[in-house]
Each structure stands twice: as structure tokens, then as C-alpha cells.
Design a protein around this ligand. Sequence first.
Ligand SMILES: Nc1nc2c(ncn2[C@@H]2O[C@H](COP(=O)(O)OP(=O)(O)OP(=O)(O)O)[C@@H](O)[C@H]2O)c(=O)[nH]1
Ligand SMILES: [Mg+2]
Length: 163
Amino acid sequence: MKLSKKVVLLGHFGVGKTSLFKRFIDNEFSEEYKVTLGVQIKKKVVILPDGRELSMIIWDAEGHSNSVEDTRKSYLLGSHAFIYVFDLTREDTYIHLNKDLTYLKENYKVPTKVLGNKLDLVNEKEMIAALKSKDIPFDCLTSAKTNKNVQQFFSDLSIEITT
Ligand SMILES: Nc1nc2c(ncn2[C@@H]2O[C@H](COP(=O)(O)OP(=O)(O)OP(=O)(O)O)[C@@H](O)[C@H]2O)c(=O)[nH]1
Ligand SMILES: [Mg+2]
């Protein structure tokens, strides 16, 4: 039986959703910012540790400017996991994170993984301390630019959604 899972990248404008998508799927990165309008969808086949093949169908959604509630419902429906991306250099992209996470949890019964992106632009230790002091939860800190933690994150996620 073919294993297939839908995963949606969510978050504010410009946090790096498309960059993470491109880094994971094609191992490419561009400094140029091209706003996503609507959604782009691509498939990546991942080999799980037990040898099974997983087709990850990744939806790279357009960013929101205020609340994740503004994201089109049709993007979120039928998803097996959400990846909520925020920008470590822009507090406005994570200040309402807990509210957004509560909204997703109450309306969709799937896990949400939280990624703080653009790790290459901040001091990791100081950033972790700052996020903790502001009560901002996160699962992973990444850099789409340097590829730090990106492959590992998707690999862990693929295991989590198939076990
Ligand atoms: N330094 C650095 N820049 C990054 C990183 N990830 C993305 N960027 C830059 O941030 C800008 C926005 O990246 P996108 O991937 O287009 O952001 P997005 O979340 O898809 O934006 P929307 O589609 O508008 O919602 C681009 O100029 C990227 O080059 C990163 O890890 N480090
Ligand atoms: Mg985008």
C-alpha cells in the first residue's frame, strides 16, 4: 500500500516557508524574495528507516500578515501535519504564536511542528534564552540558507506522521 501524507507550511509573510520547501525538495536557496500567491504543491519521496516509502505532499502556502486564521481553510483540510514557521529576526512573526497554535489545535486534529527559521542571522544560545523567557514554544530552529537542521527536521517529521 502506498503511503502518502499531506503537510502544510504555514506562517507570516517572508519567514522562509518557500525557502524551506525549496531547500528540502531541491536543495536550493535563493536570497531573492518572491512572495507566494496562493499555494504551490510538490511531492518528495522519503525512505523511512524501516524501508517503507513515504510520499510527502508538501503545500507551501502564502503567508498571513496577522493571524493563521486568515489562511484558506482549503489549504488546511485533509492535512496530516502543519509546520508553523516563524522568523527568528522578526518578533511580530511569533508574538501571537500561542494563539495561532491554540486555533490550529482546536480546529484540526493533527500535530503542528513549530520552526524558528533564519538561524544563521542570530546567536543561537541567546535566541533560545529569549524565546524561553517569552514563553514561545518551538520544536526546531533552522536555516534554509545554510541548510542547518532542515533535512533532520523533515526526516523526524516523516517518522512521526507514519508511526
Ligand atoms: N538569512 C536567511 N534568509 C532567509 C532564510 N530563509 C529565507 N530567507 C530569505 O527570506 C526571504 C523570504 O523567504 P521566503 O522563503 O520567500 O518566505 P515565505 O515565508 O515563503 O514568504 P511568503 O511566501 O510571502 O509567505 C527571502 O529573501 C529569503 O532568501 C534563512 O534561513 N536565512
Ligand atoms: Mg512563500
